[in-house]
Write a protein that binds this ligand. Structure first.
Ligand code: NAD
Length: 274
């Protein structure tokens, strides 16, 4: 009796043991938080993203040693379809499967539409949207063959509503939500789900770096910047955390979420309830 209970506890603690997850843009911020959460749940991890080789190697080592899983890394540039193909091929060659694909890599640029730099538009569409098409189309054959797959797209509240000066980002994230629905419909009978997570503001080093600068620029306190500038649209007046997004991703990757597909789930403290 006790032995059975212990076995259940072990599988509950590591519900993704035996799975392989690839997280694009996981060298920092939300992607890294999600990679850690998936590793803690027992999944092997393939990291991806930009950054200093020594720092990436250290993150890899921490994940592998800390959670007792395999942790690899691909330097594939999400603007380059051939590099993306190489990343998927290498993942399948090394692990023999790809169960959980988290499309998280993304960039932002803020400018009025009539002065929006064309190269920034192209880069945002390429990294935030087109890369999701490439990773998804390339991962699907193996997921279909295994009869199991979880595709989790990190969109944004800006996949559901717009803000001024973020034309490319808003267009790309709305595109991700549309692609999520199309993918869900095409895979619905194959044991594969595809969902989008739509965060509002999430506390990452990138956000922290803006707080003091904004406080200086507006002549207001850090607390006022957080409440009245950064979280002006976010009714609960708190940042979501990478840990919350990690836990949600683990849930969507689990067997418990087998019937959830094609959704765009806001994690935005009520922003899109407006
Ligand atoms: P971040 O800048 O900390 O991380 C972005 C990741 O993408 C990094 O690992 C970076 O190396 C990688 N990346 C950028 N360009 C790349 C390229 N060409 N090829 C491969 N990797 C590349 O940002 P974040 O805040 O963690 O954002 C992650 C995702 O979450 C993005 O898609 C973003 O749009 C979305 N998001 C963030 C917030 C937020 O408040 N931080 C809110 C909503 C949605």
């Amino acid at each position: 009796m006790n032995i059975q209970v212990k076995a259940q506890d072990a599988s509950a603690a590591r519900p993704l043991a035996g799975k392989v997850a690839l997280v694009t843009g996981s060298t920092s911020g939300i992607g890294l938080g999600i990679a850690r959460a998936l590793a803690e749940a027992g999944s092997a991890i393939v990291l991806n993203g930009l950054g200093a080789a020594s720092e990436i190697a250290s993150v890899r080592d921490q994940i592998a040693a800390g959670f007792n899983v395999k942790a690899g890394y691909s330097a594939a540039d999400m603007t380059n379809p051939e590099a993306i193909a190489g990343m998927i091929t290498a993942t399948l060659a090394e692990h023999g499967r790809l169960d959980v694909l988290v499309n998280n890599a993304g960039i932002q640029h803020v400018a009025p539409l009539d002065r929006f730099p064309v190269d920034k538009w192209d880069a945002i569409l390429s990294i935030n949207l087109t890369s999701v098409f490439h990773t998804t189309r390339l991962a699907l054959p193996s997921m279909r063959a295994n009869g199991f797959g979880r595709i989790i797209n990190i969109a944004s509240a800006h996949g559901l509503v717009a803000s001024p000066f973020k034309a490319a980002y808003v267009a790309a994230k709305h595109g991700v939500v549309g692609l999520t629905k199309a993918t869900a419909l095409e895979t619905a009978e194959g044991g594969i789900t595809c969902n989008a997570i739509c965060p509002g503001y999430v506390y990452t080093p990138l956000v922290e770096a803006q707080i003091d600068g904004q406080a200086g620029a507006h002549g207001i306190s850090r607390d006022q910047v957080i409440r009245d500038v950064l979280l002006a649209q976010q009714p609960n007046k708190r940042f979501a955390t990478v840990e919350e997004l990690g836990a949600l991703t683990v849930f969507l990757a689990s067997d418990a979420a087998a019937s959830i597909t094609g959704i765009a789930l806001p994690v935005d403290g009520g922003w899109t309830a407006h």
